[in-house]
Design a protein around this ligand. Structure first.
Ligand code: SIN
Length: 268
């Protein structure tokens, strides 16, 4: 069925709330197409007041592509580490990083436990034309040098040696991608981008650290305070995300579904 949904931006260049959509219903291709366009345009969508079963969550994910993984993200009251409390983009150390992630709130802490997303499209747009030009000619090596895993992404181990970043084989991605939605976006992230192709880690760090700081500017981000029934859907190829770990002594349980992606296209 076709639903009369409304897309209401909640941030400047990133984030929109989807109003009037029941994600549990088997909606039409036209409704899906509106949702996909809204995702391209806003990077992350928030859909309140849903009550998705595990099957409905997976079915929804399959509308966006092949389902790669589903996982429960749980932090118990007696645990100190959560999953994903540093800026990252899922799986960029693979040749075809995940395309879309869908996160459903199952059990929320009394306070805290927000998630923040940052727009790499807006961050890219804010760079000078000369730097954009330099970056468009570059590729970067992405590798899981720290050994982060989807279930222990917050257990950030000590910083590995410079040699470990130089030796890591990893995979190559363009530093600026051409998004199928018709815009350019930066594709580097602090968790997995090891160095520029043909540059050493030491040579890369100055520019990489500049970009990482630039991308964390608050005006490029949107923060969600979760409510029961909230679903967040984000485009992994144009946003970073971070799960704030500020609810010690409380439980937080989420369900995550990840949709497979394709190799990324260089902007030039
Ligand atoms: C993640 O996918 O990194 C976790 C996001 C969250 O739990 O808010």
């Amino acid at each position: 069925m076709t639903q009369q949904l409304e897309i209401v931006p909640v941030g400047s260049g990133i984030g929109a709330e989807v109003v009037g959509l029941d994600l549990g219903l088997d909606f039409s291709d036209e409704t899906y197409s509106r949702l996909r366009t809204a995702l391209d345009e806003n990077g992350v969508l928030f859909v309140p007041d849903q009550d998705l079963t595990v099957e409905q969550h997976q079915g929804l994910a399959r509308r966006f592509g092949d389902l790669l993984t589903t996982q429960e993200l749980r932090k118990e009251a007696d645990e100190t580490q959560n999953i994903g409390d540093t800026w990252h983009v899922d799986g960029t150390y693979t040749a075809a990083p995940p395309a879309v992630t869908l996160l459903v709130a199952r059990e929320l802490p009394r306070y805290g436990g927000d998630t923040i997303w940052a727009s790499m499209r807006t961050a890219y747009d804010a760079l000078s034309e000369s730097l954009k030009d330099t970056l468009e000619g570059l590729s970067a090596v992405h590798a899981n040098v720290r050994g982060l895993t989807p279930s222990s992404a917050a257990t950030v181990p000590p910083e590995p040696s410079v040699d470990a970043y130089d030796d890591a084989e990893g995979v190559l991605h363009p530093v600026v991608i051409s998004h199928p939605g018709g815009f350019k976006s930066l594709f580097v992230n602090p968790a997995y981008t090891a160095r520029f192709e043909g540059w050493t880690r030491r040579e890369s760090l100055g520019l990489l650290n500049y970009l990482f700081q630039h991308c964390q500017r608050p005006e490029f981000s949107v923060r969600l305070h979760w409510r029961p029934g909230m679903v967040a859907i984000w485009d992994n190829t144009q946003v970073w995300h971070l799960a704030v770990n500020d609810y010690h002594g409380l439980r937080r349980v989420m369900s995550r579904a990840v949709v497979a992606g394709a190799p990324l296209k260089a902007a030039r």
